[in-house]
Ligand binder design. Structure first.
Ligand code: AMP
Ligand code: GLY
Length: 433
């Protein structure tokens, strides 16, 4: 089977690595990919994965590439091509593709759409209002006492969410998003949610249009610095499972969130095939959905796929075909921890082209896998090429063992200015650990 993976981050490296283990995969391309992806080999025949220099958003070029290489299954990593309608385009041309279609991608591309859907279908979420008028938005923020979260409706590279402590901050946030258009057209409309306190977890479910198969829990660390300080990033590290929901509680979450979600989609003619990734706050009043993403999380994928025992080709095929009901997801009992190594200065300005050493020594450690995000080869040397550079991932028999193993691997890797959090998974461990 010829497979094309779209994207170039750590998530896509994890997808390629796992797909390459499938006996069904005989050739894999990745567009545009990265240097770590280009070093992966297929279990079936030892062939190297090939990277094609096509942007993840150049839909016509990707379609032409899929036709030229007789791709049997295209797998989409990032949200942008999904929101641009890559799945619809490929399907129109009779090409098999995994990921949500444009209508389903609205759950991520429009926070107003998601909020309205949750309220209509009884999915637990924050008390909220949706607005296209800044005056009404400010009035609503005042009703919440000013302590609220103001969110730009559209995709804003994860930056269009402003936390406000009081009414003055809320008014500034509304002005910035809706009047100043700090996030461009994404700010034409806003969602204002009550501020929820609690532990935040990532959920993922693989969906096939009517069945949703829930993954174990994971937790991301979005702030740049230890102790959840510093700026918001794409994600500085993850672990799975978390100790915050028992299996029984997770089943209850599935009943409260996934069941109404899938019923709502069917009722509204949304054919949801792909990943549903709700960001959930575990509040005193129960779990509440903060937002929906319509793709695998990054770096959640790195900890999920190192634990997944199933053949990923088989799972994604079943998601496309609507036959997930026949399959059972199987997970290694171990815990996985992923520590992201980022370029100095990330998420602000950072330099590229720094030589990376120690990768082979890190990868040689048992139960350890270094996923590449922003790397490239320059004159035969591996160098940094992005904000998030590597996702150092390790399995352990318990959380402490996995955490120690991940940091032992991190210690082997060096590049100038490397920046990482030293407290990934610490929230789930006793303070002295
Ligand atoms: P979102 O992109 O909507 O998930 O928001 C980004 C981050 O902002 C989330 O991961 C949370 O940490 C935080 N956040 C979003 N909504 C809320 C809320 N209603 N209450 C508290 N924190 C929130
Ligand atoms: N790790 C958060 C995200 O992928 O959105």
């Amino acid at each position: 089977m010829n497979i094309l993976v779209i994207g170039s981050g750590g998530r896509e490296h994890a997808l390629v690595w796992k797909l390459a283990q499938s006996p069904q995969a005989t050739r894999i391309w990745c567009a545009p990919g990265n240097a770590g992806i280009a070093a992966e080999r297929l279990a079936a025949n030892g062939a190297l994965v090939e990277c094609a220099p096509i942007s993840a958003e150049d839909l016509p070029a990707l379609l032409a590439f899929a036709a030229a290489k007789a791709i049997d299954l295209t797998v989409v990593g990032p949200d942008n091509p999904l929101a641009l309608g890559i799945v619809d385009l490929f399907q129109t041309h009779g090409r098999r593709i995994w990921g949500v279609n444009q209508k389903a991608a609205q759950f991520e591309s429009s926070k107003v759409f998601s909020q309205n859907f949750m309220e209509k279908h009884g999915i637990p979420t924050a008390a909220a209002g949706t607005f296209d008028d800044p005056v009404a938005a400010k009035r609503f923020a005042a009703k919440l006492g000013g302590r609220c979260v103001v969110k730009a409706d559209g995709l804003a590279l994860g930056k269009g969410v402003l936390m406000c402590e009081n009414q003055a901050e809320a008014e500034r946030a509304v002005d910035e998003i809706m009047v100043g258009r700090a996030f461009g057209a994404a700010g034409a409309r806003t969602v204002i949610q009550e501020y929820l306190a609690g532990m935040e977890v990532s959920l993922h479910a693989l969906c096939d249009g009517h069945t949703a198969k829930l993954f174990p829990t994971s937790q991301d660390h979005k702030r740049a610095l230890d102790g959840d300080l510093g700026l918001n990033t794409g994600g500085m590290g993850t672990y799975s499972p978390t100790p915050f929901l028992t299996d029984a509680e997770l089943a209850e979450v599935s009943r409260q969130i996934l069941e109404p979600f899938m019923h709502g989609c069917v009722a509204e003619g949304i054919d949801y095939r792909g990943i549903l990734f709700p960001g959930v706050m575990l509040t005193k009043a129960g779990p509440k959905v903060l937002e929906f993403n319509s793709r695998f999380g990054d770096p959640e994928t790195q900890v999920y796929l190192t634990r997944l025992e199933n053949d990923l080709v088989e799972l994604l095929e079943a998601s496309v075909s609507g036959t997930l009901g026949n399959l059972e997801l199987k997970w290694r009992p171990q815990t996985a921890v992923c520590v992201v190594l980022a370029s100095g200065g990330y998420p602000g300005n950072y330099a590229k082209g720094k030589v990376i050493t120690g990768l082979a020594a890190a990868d040689a450690l048992p139960d350890t896998k270094v996923f590449h995000a922003g790397t490239t080869l320059q004159d035969g040397q591996m160098v940094t090429n992005g904000g998030r550079v590597l996702g150092v991932t390790a399995l352990g028999n318990d959380l402490l063992a996995a955490q120690s193993a991940a940091y032992a691997a991190v210690e082997k890797i060096h590049f100038e200015g490397a920046q990482f959090r030293r407290d990934i998974a610490a929230k789930a461990l006793p303070p002295q650990a």
